[in-house]
Design a protein around this ligand. Structure first.
Ligand SMILES: [Zn+2]
Length: 433
């Protein structure tokens, strides 16, 4: 642990400290945030004391990304939630803007410091340690991932950036520089297993002992993870951030039983029922959408921000000694389909299909026929066969039955030859319309 006195602090003590931070954050919002002053007043809270403490947080309104986006103007392109003055802001990241113009994410010096501190804790949980080498594959550019790269310096690693889109360079770096770890998306980690196998290179014989995955859901799904671990001959752990809140907020330890909150003390986590917004307890086994609140943020703090990440909570004590709830991300609301009332995440379909390895490659593509979220069964799913495997109607039937049993959804499984579905060096597309 980078900060054992903090990371192993009893969770009730953490919550007491967080309550004090939260009350101060609320006072700051009423003082400086036009967005929250208006939003909270409209909800019946005229002052910070009226809004109470963490125990009362579920009574406050949720924040949607679109609400903030709607407040952007040419004079204030960041949005009405901006609290800091221009001279206080030391960095401005932006989102990829897949749904419209990019959103800007400003940080003060203390915000940036806290981001790097949290990210360093999350990545260090994986077991990587000072003096080891890590190859990174993120083209950070304008994106918040840049702050995660600073976390590697903080841990004391030798950081070898190779970027995305140059698999030859990555393979050469691993062979020549003998890193103990690589960090990449789970999709790219899977792609590399295939890419090296085609070239008669055995990744299991490489120096890599730890594969750190982040950037998309899936790295925690047991069958998919088992496939990655077998291919790399290395331990796979995952990390997860939320652009508007912080980079690599969560990181998994060597017990591989969900991600710890590296951003403890900086961020408060809640769970809600996604359809109704009702608060759910952070109890063992609970599932719902993750909602996050900044506790000590300065530039553009967010309160009860809907992350769109669906997670499952673990609260059993972890052998590593870190305290507090852990999460496993199941998928994104944005990717979710509803088939006759049942929520289906494409990554969950991939997980079920991956268990049919070595007959399948692990690549799938869900091709919904209706526009929008709601679909009528059977849901079409293309499942790619493993290299050399032949089309087998019994296999398709077995996969269909397993998906029905596990996910309670009727599908139409079509087996496609190896190499048919597109590989990704970044994030996989599991749905195509
Ligand atoms: Zn642990």
């Amino acid at each position: 642990m980078l900060a054992p006195e903090i990371e192993s602090r009893p969770w009730v003590e953490q919550l007491a400290l967080d309550d004090a931070s939260y009350r101060a954050q609320l006072a700051y919002l009423f003082d400086r945030s036009a967005f929250y002053r208006e939003k909270l007043t409209a909800a019946g809270f005229s002052s910070a004391p009226a809004a109470g403490g963490l125990a009362d947080i579920a009574g406050l309104p949720l924040t949607e990304k679109d609400e903030i986006r709607a407040t952007r103007t040419p004079e204030n392109p960041i949005g009405a939630h901006l609290c800091a003055t221009p001279s206080e802001i030391v960095r401005i990241y932006s989102t990829s803007g897949t749904t419209g113009a990019p959103s800007y994410i400003p940080l003060t010096a203390s915000d940036l410091e806290n981001w790097v501190t949290a990210s360093a804790r999350s990545y260090a949980a994986s077991g990587i340690a000072a003096g080891q080498r890590i190859v990174s594959t993120y083209n950070a550019g304008p994106f918040v991932a840049g702050a995660a790269l600073a976390a590697f310096d903080r841990i004391g690693l030798c950081h070898i950036p190779v970027g995305t889109g140059n698999t030859e360079r990555l393979a050469h770096s691993v062979e020549a520089l003998r890193p103990e770890a690589v960090v990449l998306t789970p999709s790219y980690a899977a792609h590399l297993v295939e890419w090296t196998a085609e070239r008669d290179v055995d990744l299991r014989e490489s120096s890599v002992e730890r594969v750190l995955v982040a950037g998309e859901p899936g790295g925690g799904e047991p069958a998919f993870r088992a496939m990655l671990e077998a291919g790399w001959g290395a331990r796979v752990t995952e990390a997860m951030g939320v652009g508007d809140i912080g980079v690599s907020l969560w990181g998994e330890c060597e017990e591989q039983d969900g991600m710890h909150l590296g951003a403890r003390g900086f961020v408060h986590a809640e769970l809600i029922e996604p359809e109704t917004g009702a608060a759910l307890g952070l109890e063992d086994g609970a599932t719902g959408e993750l909602v996050l609140t900044h506790l000590r943020h300065r530039a553009a703090p967010l309160l009860r921000f809907r992350t769109r990440d669906h997670v499952q909570v673990r609260t059993t004590p972890c052998k590593c000694g870190r305290t507090g709830p852990r999460v496993r991300c199941r998928g994104r609301t944005d990717d979710m389909l509803i088939v006759r009332g049942v929520n289906v995440f494409p990554s969950a379909v991939r997980e079920v299909v991956s268990a049919f390895a070595p007959q399948v490659s692990g690549h799938i593509l869900v091709t919904p026929e209706a526009p929008g979220v709601k679909q009528e069964p059977p849901l079409p799913v293309n499942v790619e066969l493993a290299r050399g495997a032949t089309d087998d109607p019994l296999l398709a039937q077995a996969i269909r039955e397993r998906i029905r049993d596990v996910l309670v959804v009727q599908t139409r499984v079509e087996l496609v030859p190896w190499g048919t579905l597109r590989r990704s060096e970044y994030k996989s597309k599991l749905v195509e319309r």
